[in-house]
Design a protein around this ligand. Structure first.
Ligand SMILES: Nc1ncnc2c1ncn2[C@@H]1O[C@H](COP(=O)(O)OP(=O)(O)O)[C@@H](O)[C@H]1O
Ligand SMILES: [Mg+2]
Length: 300
């Protein structure tokens, strides 16, 4: 790619200490994220999929600089942000936002939702006074399909889907370049999930931001993501354009994941067979190889 990617991570690695001796020295550690590299172009959606515990959320937190990498580098708009802290991160925070799985735990229960949505606007000095802020918040409410008259209510007065809309309004308040969405529909009723996915799509069309979309529902990934990266035990085992990965999955784990996802067509769903896959960690030192343009597979 000749254009500067919006986000580039190189060899991202995160170890967690799982056991310490009497002196507080690490005696066991878990490599939650292992040598992960990928890029996201402006306006692009990269899906990150894999079973629970494969390192998806940790990867998201590293990208957001909510956690420090053990190794590897992170570039945002060409600028290395790996070691940035505090004030150095402020301009990045504005462009890099997050939507969590559970909007209830990410919203302050004692804060009126309009305050929560408007908070980033004040923190970053985007609005000059309270009335400008109210107008901006009302506009954000409309943008995510909420009635602005509800902005003085508290989070518990909303349904799960509405709360996720509030979380999304807060995330888009500063017109970010990238949103990390960590399983943002997993906690919602199935009937609501598609609405929230469509909201993500609409907002991307209007505002042009990129998404790192963490999910385990492959159906949604297929619908929403331009490219997909499959994680297994901390490593990316396959990555490529969504159509291509679904049409021609190369890694055994990708095949197993796809075979486990229900097919919306009932005739084909009847014939679907789940492929078994033993969740063994990829061999140490295995490298990704490009099997088709942009389609990478970890060599077995
Ligand atoms: N703060 C932490 N301390 C210790 N281990 C952690 C911590 N956060 C995550 N882990 C471990 O790292 C691995 C990856 O976790 P996570 O990134 O949450 O996976 P995923 O989001 O794919 O389910 C898991 O084994 C998890 O238990
Ligand atoms: Mg997770």
């Amino acid at each position: 790619m000749t254009m500067t990617p919006l986000l580039r991570v190189e060899g991202l690695t995160r170890d967690f200490v799982t056991k310490k001796d009497l002196f507080g020295r690490a005696t066991a550690k878990l490599r939650a994220v292992n040598d992960v590299s990928f890029e996201i172009a402006p306006g692009e959606t990269l899906g990150l999929v894999g079973e629970s515990g494969s390192g998806k959320s940790t990867t998201g937190r590293l990208v957001l600089r909510l956690d420090d990498a053990t190794d590897g580098r992170i570039f945002f708009e060409g600028q290395e942000i790996t070691g940035l802290r505090g004030g150095g991160l402020a301009p990045i925070r504005k462009k890099l936002q997050v939507v969590f799985q559970d909007p209830y735990s990410s919203l302050n229960p004692r804060m009126r939702v309009g305050e929560s949505v408007g908070e980033p606007l004040s923190v970053h000095g985007v609005v000059a006074n309270a009335s400008e802020r109210r107008d901006a918040v009302a506009e954000l409410f409309r943008k995510v399909g909420l009635d602005p008259r509800f902005m003085d209510r508290f989070p518990h007065q909303f349904s799960g889907g509405q709360r996720q809309r509030i979380g999304i309004a807060r995330a888009v308040a500063l017109s970010p370049k990238l949103i990390v969405a960590d399983e943002p529909i997993t906690a919602l009723d199935v009937s609501i999930q598609a609405q929230i996915i469509n909201l993500f799509l609409d907002l991307q069309e209007q505002m042009g931001m990129a998404y790192l979309f963490i999910a385990h529902d492959l159906g949604m990934v297929r619908y929403l993501c331009h490219r997909v990266a499959v994680m297994l035990r901390g490593r990316i085992v396959e990555m490529g354009p969504t159509d291509q990965v679904f049409a021609n999955p190369q890694h055994g784990y990708t095949r197993a994941l796809i075979s486990a996802a229900p097919i919306p067509d009932p005739d084909r769903e009847l014939l679907r067979r789940r492929l078994p896959y033993e969740l063994v960690p990829p061999p140490e030192g295995a490298q990704l190889a490009e099997v088709a343009p942009g389609h990478w597979v970890l060599a077995a």
